[in-house]
Design a protein around this ligand. Structure first.
Ligand code: BTN
Length: 247
């Protein structure tokens, strides 16, 4: 496994606008991103391992193995014109597809990254604010090579997708910066084209264990899901969906 290399990760990126810290181990790159002092537009934290990696909906994000991607992109710029977690998912999809040379990655609402119907990555966006600033932290976890006992989850290697980790991180950052700079970027069309469950039957769940069956009809410009249930079309802003045949 190749180590994380700062010069490869930052290659051709606007380093005047970007700081990068690499750790061999942290509690969570998102937590580290809350502690730092941000001096440029973007500050990126990457770790080889996390001792308290966190996922969405209060879940744990298992991160004991080196060789995967655990990173957080942190900014105090105003990114409120686009749903940032959806943009981050798209940036990861585009970067993996470009780096592997194959367009195989699909997205599951709100921000799961899938390969061959298995989850290989996810995104945890968190906000921190004081009176003056809002800090947005975009935590990205991508499994490149995980232990086999966790193999109900996917990773990039098991499907023969050859990706070089430093190059992939470089490409994710490049895509993320490009998209977040472009206020006219049509993220919604791109997202819908990569969505694995459009017009399919889904089960929606949220943290209060509330469950609802419906057809996933659309996504609106705020990133909400539009789901047709037995009481009509409902706009859903958060939750977890499950689809038959997709992990
Ligand atoms: C999900 O539940 O799908 C989101 C997972 C996000 C995991 C990443 S790994 C880097 C960053 N640090 C964390 O503690 N979580 C995110």
């Amino acid at each position: 496994m190749k180590t994380l290399k700062k010069n490869e990760i930052l290659k051709d990126l606007p380093t005047k606008r970007l700081n990068l810290d690499i750790f061999s181990e942290v509690d969570s790159t998102n937590d580290e991103a809350k502690r730092i002092d941000i001096q440029k537009d973007f500050h990126v934290i990457i770790a080889e391992k996390q001792t308290s990696g966190r996922g969405r909906q209060g879940k744990k994000w298992s991160s004991p193995d080196s060789g995967n991607i655990y990173m957080s992109i942190c900014t105090e710029n105003d990114l409120s014109s686009m749903p940032i977690s959806m943009i981050a998912g798209l940036a990861c999809k585009n970067a993996i597809d470009k780096t592997s040379g194959q367009a195989l990655i699909m997205l599951k609402w709100p921000n799961d990254i899938l390969l061959n119907s298995k989850k290989i990555g996810g995104i945890l966006v968190e906000m921190e604010s004081d009176q003056k600033k809002i800090r947005t932290i975009v935590g990205i976890g991508i499994n490149i090579n995980i232990k086999k006992e966790e193999s109900w989850w996917g990773d990039l290697s098991e499907f023969g997708l050859e990706v070089k980790r430093n190059k992939l991180i470089n490409s994710i950052l490049s895509e993320f910066i490009k998209i977040s700079n472009d206020l006219n970027f049509n993220w919604l069309n791109e997202w819908k084209n990569s969505c694995i469950h459009m017009n399919k039957e889904i089960m929606l769940e949220n943290t209060n264990s509330f469950q609802k069956k419906g057809i996933f009809k659309d996504i609106d410009e705020k990133g909400n899901a539009i789901i047709e249930t037995d009481i009509g079309e409902e706009i859903i802003s958060s939750g977890e969906i499950s689809i038959k045949g997709v992990y």
